[in-house]
Design a protein around this ligand. Structure first.
Ligand code: S3P
Length: 448
């Protein structure tokens, strides 16, 4: 196999999906476990780490800044941190690959250390906006030289001691919130972020677990999160729950393929991430939470999903932050619903690994689905449970979630849907096609 050539992928199935599967570790939590472990002095052990390319980019960057990070078993990792304030000057550029989370959170870490780091990324990441982190981190004293449009490649000169700020998020972004809080860890005094719209709170939960002094209050302006700087983090044993964003593909697959009945085990159900379950349930999906429990400070459940008829809905805009990565999968579900689904208020989709509104509009239109595109979302007229036409090759645009969503759509299509390149799936879900096969589907990879 030549790794530099696209690898088209098609999923298909002759019958219902059946079986019990586990999804890989949560991507957001995996990044944070490596970073925070790298800031604690002593050994942090991690179980269930997502071993996808994005998380490996974080591991490589933390190593380049002095941490010792080793894989001790499948999903099992050991991190010997250097302590807050003691990250070392990396010798070469930090290659972030496709990973926006690595880039933005690590920019936060570097911003309050006396080091200079250059961040580079692939073509998708190099198109993504970085002004949203450059702005608050500049207020804290960091200095940036970025490519035109405030994009990668970008060089950041950190300042130590940095200046504590109080910052109200202009976009609902957990990455920006986390970048500022991480910069605050090595900044004297209190660094505060106010989020008018609540976003995923894994940083806050895990920082508290590592012993940082972090306080959260609901105020009329929004959630106010304050971290006391010059913090000491204590090493932890982290168990990473399964990623709801990866589980979403199987929730949709089992819902749309007639006769399906599956269990997805160990799925993180943090309320700031579980919007997709609420949205699919409102459409009529049959998703039961079983065996609800707590894993490493995060709520987790096994999801029992059975095929069910869907009806179009207006997706409540207040679900947007808690399902921002799941819109491509939701759009696929909507393509099989009775009637029209309208999902708006999701501008941010335009600046993800691809422009996910345009990418999914093009992909579903090519498969015969009726689409109206808005600046902030899509309206989709579904098939009422019948197979969609399919018979198209989809541009996945270096976007793992476009690739996986359209691979799932192919499970209930009259004509084969080929994803032009399945390689980006490895950024978040290296075992995606293995899981498809456990559930009874076929995965055809072809070489170009
Ligand atoms: C993430 C936050 C989200 C999400 C991304 C992971 C995180 O991005 O889309 O996949 O781990 O903090 P934004 O915070 O930019 O919305």
């Amino acid at each position: 196999m030549n790794a530099s050539l696209p690898r088209p992928l098609t999923l298909s199935t002759d019958g219902p999906l059946r079986g019990r599967v586990r999804v890989p570790g949560d991507k957001s939590i995996s990044h944070r476990a490596l970073m925070f472990g790298g800031l604690a002095v002593g050994e942090t052990r991690i179980e269930g780490l997502l071993e996808g390319e994005d998380v490996l980019a974080t591991a490589a960057a933390m190593r380049a800044m002095g941490c010792t990070i080793e894989r001790t078993g499948s999903g099992e990792w050991s991190v010997h941190g250097v302590g807050v304030g003691s990250l070392l000057q990396p010798e070469s550029a930090l290659d972030m690959g496709n990973s926006g989370t690595s880039t933005r959170l690590l920019m936060g870490l570097v911003a309050s250390h006396p080091i200079v780091a250059t961040f580079t990324g692939d073509a998708s990441l190099s198109r993504r906006p970085m002004a949203r982190v450059i702005e608050p981190l500049s207020l804290m004293g960091a200095d940036f030289t970025a490519a035109p449009g405030n994009r990668l490649p970008l060089t950041l000169r950190g300042l130590s001691p940095a200046i504590p700020i109080e910052y109200t998020l202009p976009v609902a972004s957990a990455q920006v919130k986390s970048a500022v809080l991480l910069a605050g860890l090595n900044t004297p005094g209190i660094t505060r972020v106010i989020e008018p719209v609540a976003t995923r709170d894994h940083s806050e939960r895990m920082l508290a677990g590592f012993g940082a002094e972090i306080t959260i209050e609901d105020t009329p302006q929004g959630r106010s999160i304050a971290v006391r700087g010059e913090a000491t983090l204590h090493p932890q044993h982290i168990v990473v729950p399964g990623d709801p964003s990866s589980a979403a593909f199987w929730m949709v697959a089992a819902t749309i393929v007639p006769g399906s009945d599956i269990v997805i085990e160990n799925v993180g159900m943090n309320p700031t991430r579980a919007g997709i379950v609420a949205a699919l349930s409102a459409m009529g999906a049959d998703i039961a939470r079983e065996n609800e429990r707590d894993v490493g400070g995060e709520p987790v459940a096994d999801l029992h999903v059975r095929n069910a008829p869907l009806k179009g809905i207006e997706v409540p805009a207040d679900l947007t932050p808690s399902m921002i990565d799941e819109y491509p999968a939701l759009f696929v579900a909507a393509a099989f619903a009775e009637g029209r689904t309208v999902a708006r208020g999701a501008h941010e989709l335009r600046v993800k690994e691809s422009d996910r509104i345009a990418a999914m509009a093009a992909a579903l239109t090519a498969c015969g689905v009726g689409i109206e595109e808005y600046e902030d979302g899509l309206a989709i007229t579904g098939s009422g449970g019948e197979p969609i036409a399919g018979g198209a090759t989809i541009a996945s645009l270096i976007d793992h979630r476009i690739a996986m969503s359209m691979a799932i759509a192919s499970l209930h299509a009259r004509g084969r849907i080929e994803v032009d390149d399945g390689r980006p799936i490895a950024t978040s879900y290296p075992d995606f096609t293995d899981t498809a096969e456990i559930l009874g589907a076929r995965a055809d990879w072809s070489e170009r």
